[in-house]
Design a protein around this ligand. Structure first.
Ligand code: ASP
Length: 336
């Protein structure tokens, strides 16, 4: 952290999203994410430069529904460089809210825990009445500048609530209270401009993480991992279709990661052909346990625990880069 009297140096990496979005003339209807650049966002937050020395960069300017692996790669490489830069005390990433939890978890997995790394966004576009972006950005910079945010891996901050990247989920399509950490609870709150943490710093999510220090492959080489969403009367052909195109499949299963007998058989066939199959739950809460209702060991599946399907996809993709055997992959999911 900076010497006494020096403002903390905070890098702000902008990627777009509603926080940078502009509305059409009719309030509440029609807006375009990723319209304003980081300079314009910062100009809308009075007093920000009094709490930190700001180092803004534009990495991308997209709605996060369009977040591509190429942007993840560029962002991760830049965050890694800033994490190793002694002149920078903390890092803020502005991001659309739709896939924010996936980006946060990816960064949590590939960046050593240490320097504060805060992701934020907004549910209302920058031009809306009572836009939430400026307050979220101010709070994110204050948190990134705070010594207590160190050693916690990637954190997500919106609506004055601080979440661990591992547990946070977007739980609502609209409204300011769109993020929650359903199983693990909030990491803390922002109160009067300061963080109040509910538990001690624990480092990043995955304790065993070979990809944390390894060079990140070119995104064109990243394994393709898809998610299949289970439902009543699910047919097997959709799984067969995806298994022919993916090295990994995540089942967003009913209940504790289940699906129709024919879908489960198609997944077992895929696993037998070398596709990595992870069972997660579409419910949004609770753990998918190994060998509880499904014979994971017999069928060649991995149970996702309390990782939701979209985060299980991120972990599986990173893990498959190291070409692990089934036992190692299972260990990594158990430790994640
Ligand atoms: N579609 C937008 C995005 O994820 C929504 C938002 O930012 O709130 O970029």
């Amino acid at each position: 952290m900076p010497e006494p009297g020096r403002r903390p140096a905070i890098a702000i990496l902008a990627t777009g999203g509603t926080i940078a979005g502009a509305q059409s003339a009719r309030p509440g209807l029609g807006y375009v994410a990723g319209t304003f650049d980081i300079g314009q966002l910062l100009a809308a937050v009075p007093g920000l430069s009094t709490i930190a020395e700001l180092h803004p960069e534009q990495i991308a300017n997209v709605g996060s529904q369009d977040m591509r692996h190429e942007v993840w790669h560029a962002l991760a490489m830049r965050v890694r460089a800033l994490a190793a830069d002694a002149a920078i005390d903390g890092i803020v990433v502005t991001h659309g809210t739709d896939t924010l939890e996936e980006t946060a978890y990816l960064l949590d997995l590939v960046i050593p825990a240490g320097k504060p790394l805060i992701l934020t966004g907004a549910m209302r576009p920058a031009t809306a009445l009572s836009a939430d972006g400026p307050a979220n950005l101010y709070a994110a910079v204050a948190l990134a500048a705070h010594p207590q945010a160190r050693g916690r891996g990637a954190l997500v901050l919106l609506n004055e609530e601080i979440h661990d990247a591992r547990g946070v989920q977007k739980i609502a399509a609209a409204g300011l209270a769109a993020f929650a950490s359903p199983d693990r609870g909030l990491a803390g709150l922002m109160h009067a401009g300061e963080p109040v943490f509910y538990r001690p710093a624990h480092g990043s999510a995955a304790r065993v993480a070979p990809w944390r220090h390894a060079p990140l492959a070119d995104p064109a080489q990243w394994p393709r991992v898809g998610i299949v969403y289970a439902h009543a009367d699910m047919q097997a052909d959709v799984i067969t279709f995806m298994a022919e195109r993916c090295q990994g499949l995540v089942l967003a299963g009913v209940g504790d990661g289940n699906a129709t007998a024919s879908a489960m058989q198609a997944l077992a066939d895929a696993a037998a052909r070398g596709v990595a199959v992870v069972r997660a739950s579409r419910t949004g809460r609770g753990r998918v346990g190994r060998n509880v209702e499904v014979d994971d060991d017999g069928l060649g599946f991995i149970a996702a625990g309390d990782l939701n399907p979209q985060k299980a996809r991120v972990l599986l993709m990173l893990a498959l880069m190291s070409k692990p055997d089934q036992a190692t992959l299972r260990d990594w999911f158990d430790a994640a």
